[in-house]
Ligand binder design. Sequence first.
Ligand SMILES: Cc1cc2nc3c(=O)[nH]c(=O)nc-3n(C[C@H](O)[C@H](O)[C@H](O)COP(=O)(O)OP(=O)(O)OC[C@H]3O[C@@H](n4cnc5c(N)ncnc54)[C@H](O)[C@@H]3O)c2cc1C
Length: 513
Amino acid sequence: MPDYSARWLAPRPVTVVSAAPLGQGASTAWAQGGIAAAVAEGDSAEAHAADTVAAGAGLVDESIALGLAREAGARVRDLLHYGVPFDRDLEGKLAVGREAAHSARRIVHVRGDMAGMAIMTALIEAVRGTPSIRVIEGYAAEALLMEDGAVGGLQLRHIGDDTARPVTIASRAVVLATGGIGHLYAVTTNPAEASGLGLAIAARAGAAIEDPEFVQFHPTAIMAGRDPAPLATEALRGEGATLINDRGERFMQALHPLAELAPRDIVARGVFAEIAAGRGVFLDATRALGAHFAEKFPTVHASCLAAGIDPATQPIPVAPAAHYHMGGISVDRHGRSSIEGLWAGGEVSCTGAHGANRLASNSLLEAVVYAARIAEDIAGCASATPARLSPASISQQNHPIPALLEARLRKTMTSHVGVIRDGDGLAEAVRAFADIERECSNVALRNMATTALLVAASAWSRHESRGAHYRTDWPLEKPALAQRTMTTLATAREIAASLTEDAAPRNPQPMIA
Ligand SMILES: Cc1cc2nc3c(=O)[nH]c(=O)nc-3n(C[C@H](O)[C@H](O)[C@H](O)COP(=O)(O)OP(=O)(O)OC[C@H]3O[C@@H](n4cnc5c(N)ncnc54)[C@H](O)[C@@H]3O)c2cc1C
């Protein structure tokens, strides 16, 4: 996403900062499905938008969904121009695949499951070949530097050297494109860099945050002792693989008429409930695929073998994993946040396109559409006066990250702010994250706690179940609550204070957009 915007802005000077070397530590490179785009004959942007709205459980902004769907074709053409080798059919037209909850075949892909890597490779090559783009790798952004209520720059710190002096960059236009929050959870499919730092940085500067409670969980991550956990793709269940518990029982048949092929959030809840009841869960492909496993699913096969499991003859141990954040920094249709000089794009942002549940392969689409819009917006309103930073705005203090506290935060997110939630567990999580947020002397962990607090406090405040947000104490969707959450860090802290002060909380609510 930053690579795309930076390339678009050339020849204007742009600095790209990345915590990991470009191409590493990014969910984009791991995307296996592709990009949703209504480019096939008989399909339409309207049909794509309707599917997006249906998936989002009443919270998708219909005009935003339609705008995304309409711009998809143009953005796919841009990527072709950058050299992304999307698969084509025998007539040379873009080949399109089908994914869950899409009413048409509309996923453009590269060599089957290589779309993300191909997009990253092409964009990185374009960025490295553009003289106006400076790339700083191995530095994490840790704070926005504010001047007179607007963005004046960014504070960075070298990865792996917590006590090093921070580095500052003065700039009147900052784009946060730091990805998701999966690594706030103990079990996730996301890279370690997806730890919610960008969202925290914006929130700490006062930005409005939207829908943070909505986190999508993938039902079948492979439990092979790896962090992040590799995916056992949904296509395995499409091929007939079944979910069983450690007694060999197929538990999904009792939960939904479609059993293992039920919607993603329902399967995730079924798997989570079995695990919470002390029964292990396995994906059994021994009968459905057997000896054909390696040839049909080479990536999953390799992940299993690395963990000492032969999926042709043995069931694969699985668990739900944090996969995608629907919420984020609230932005308008140009990617502008509520803070002057701050834009956000990709998974760290909340545009209103996903509502309470993301439709498969819409996230890469959203990232490229907003990358282009943000670049156009910045080009159109670039300030002539260079930013100046007063030394007072820079905080030097930092201490090494307390690893045990980080592990506790991630465990609390998985157990209390995960697939199945309830008021007591959420309140406990809110109090724990508020303590870390207030007292931790390591900036990265404090930022992680800031984002965790926003997610937990908004989940505590939403007294219903909707989309990916499920509460046992409020198990039904309430029509009166079909509104997006608009909140701030100040509100989240107020909720934490009320939960800490007394047993009967004052019940401060985030604003509803
Ligand atoms: C396994 C997997 C498969 C997926 N498959 C698909 C799919 O098929 N189709 C689809 O549409 N979506 C898919 N998704 C979701 C999609 O990949 C992501 O939502 C999307 O790639 C996010 O792009 P991004 O640019 O916002 O973030 P990323 O691609 O994650 O990039 C974020 C960048 O920010 C850097 N960073 C993070 N914090 C900081 C900081 N503080 N300072 C500096 N740099 C920082 C990171 O190092 C990284 O380079 C998948 C996700 C996963 C995990």
